[in-house]
Write a protein that binds this ligand. Structure first.
Ligand code: ADP
Length: 371
């Protein structure tokens, strides 16, 4: 039978459409009757779709509120127009599709939804794996630093406890000697302050372990530094270290998970302390500096005057389990780097020209993330 030019063109088009991996369909906007479906669409739904109604399939549904503008009311003057662009799951197979729909005039004059659905399951799965990996990294980060923190926690809590015991003993002795209340008051106040300190340390640890997923919000840099450095207060005194805080005024808030970044600062500060263990007393200065790094990031640097890092060690610094310390775990820097990179920042190391080392990392400013 001879075909006219129109039939020929249509047949060619159908061959092309049937050759596509993506599912293509056209359905009447008013009642959802399927007017055309290519081979991939049929394979996807496992039945002959033409003539049936588009429902319960991998397509957006007006009843479900999938559309910004309900296509059922569209007239000839409203088309062509974009109807839908989004991702939908197919519950039966668990696969995901990217679906785009356009409203247009069909060959017989009816207004149709012309849709194309592309399988994006693999992309979704890859993204999900990446997300889980990130979560695992930060969970491991927390667990490992928890292990490391246990000894420090014992130390940190021990100090206020010892102080409280001292103040209370002092009070008891004075009360036994018949001291007046006014004499006891300042001592009791000091005991209270120490108890509050201990409580704060415990609260922080609890917050740290309780969280399951990183949560980035707008945080003032000064608040991160204050909190992290509050943790090493007593250590600073015990080791005879001077902490110099150099925070640029008017820094914008950063977009970060506060607890994780505090952990990074804490790790780097404690490494700096360790590096200055044998430094001359007047050289035991650790500078924590924060300043803008361009318009879209803030740089936080931890600068010590310690023994520095040899060329060979520098290569291996960020590798897990690399440590030069007898009691070290060698996980600190590798975790710090994962956390910083999770925040789209960079952690770098340089020699301090005055002797010692500078670790610096960047964090995106909140504004830049919102753009
Ligand atoms: P750990 O502190 O448990 O050894 P890290 O991953 O934090 O693990 O550090 C790995 C190694 O990097 C340390 O053992 C040390 O040799 C070196 N290092 C880290 N920070 C500094 C620093 N500020 N100065 C000199 N060496 C450092």
């Amino acid at each position: 039978m001879a075909m006219d030019a129109g039939d020929d063109a249509r047949e060619r088009l159908e061959v092309v459409l049937d050759g596509l991996d993506a599912a293509v369909y056209a359905a009447d906007v008013r009642d959802g009757e399927i007017l055309f479906a290519n081979r991939a669409f049929q394979a996807l739904h496992e039945f002959e779709p033409v003539g049936r109604v588009l429902r319960g399939l991998v397509v957006p549904l007006p009843e479900r509120g999938d559309y910004r503008v309900d296509p059922r009311g569209l007239g000839a003057d409203d088309v062509p127009c974009e109807l839908f662009d989004g991702e939908l799951p197919q519950p039966r197979s668990g696969r995901w599709y990217h679906v785009r729909e356009q409203a247009m005039r069909w060959v017989d004059g009816r207004i149709v939804r012309l849709g194309i659905a592309t399988d994006i399951t693999l992309r979704k799965q890859t993204a999900e794996i990446a997300r889980r990996q990130e979560e695992r990294i930060s969970r491991t980060a927390r667990l490992i630093t928890m292990g490391e923190m246990a000894s420090m926690l014992a130390h940190e809590i021990n100090q206020p406890l010892a102080a409280i015991a001292n103040y209370c003993n002092g009070c008891v002795t004075r009360m036994e000697a018949g001291a007046a209340t006014a004499e006891l008051l300042p001592v009791m106040q000091k005991a209270v302050a120490q108890a509050e300190r201990a409580g704060k340390i415990i609260r922080r640890i609890r917050e740290f372990v309780k969280k399951s997923e990183p949560r980035c919000i707008a945080v003032p840099v000064a608040a991160i530094l204050d909190d992290a450095l509050g943790f090493v207060d007593l250590d600073t005194k015990r080791r005879g270290i001077r902490l110099a805080l150099d925070v640029a005024p008017d820094l914008p808030d950063v977009h970060a998970d506060r607890i994780l970044i505090e952990q990074v600062v804490l790790n780097l500060v404690r490494n700096g302390f360790d590096a200055m263990r044998d430094a001359e007393p007047d050289e035991r200065v650790l500078t924590v500096r924060a300043r803008a790094s361009g318009e879209r990031a803030v740089e936080i640097a931890i600068i010590d005057r310690g023994h520095g890092i040899g060329e060979e060690d520098r290569e291996r610094l960020f590798q897990p389990f690399f440590t030069t310390k007898a009691e070290g775990m060698g996980m600190g820097l590798s975790i710090c780097r994962s956390i910083v990179e999770y925040h789209d920042g960079r952690l770098t190391v340089e020699s301090n020209p005055e002797g010692g080392t500078m670790f610096a990392f960047t964090l995106p400013v909140e504004e830049a993330v919102r753009d």
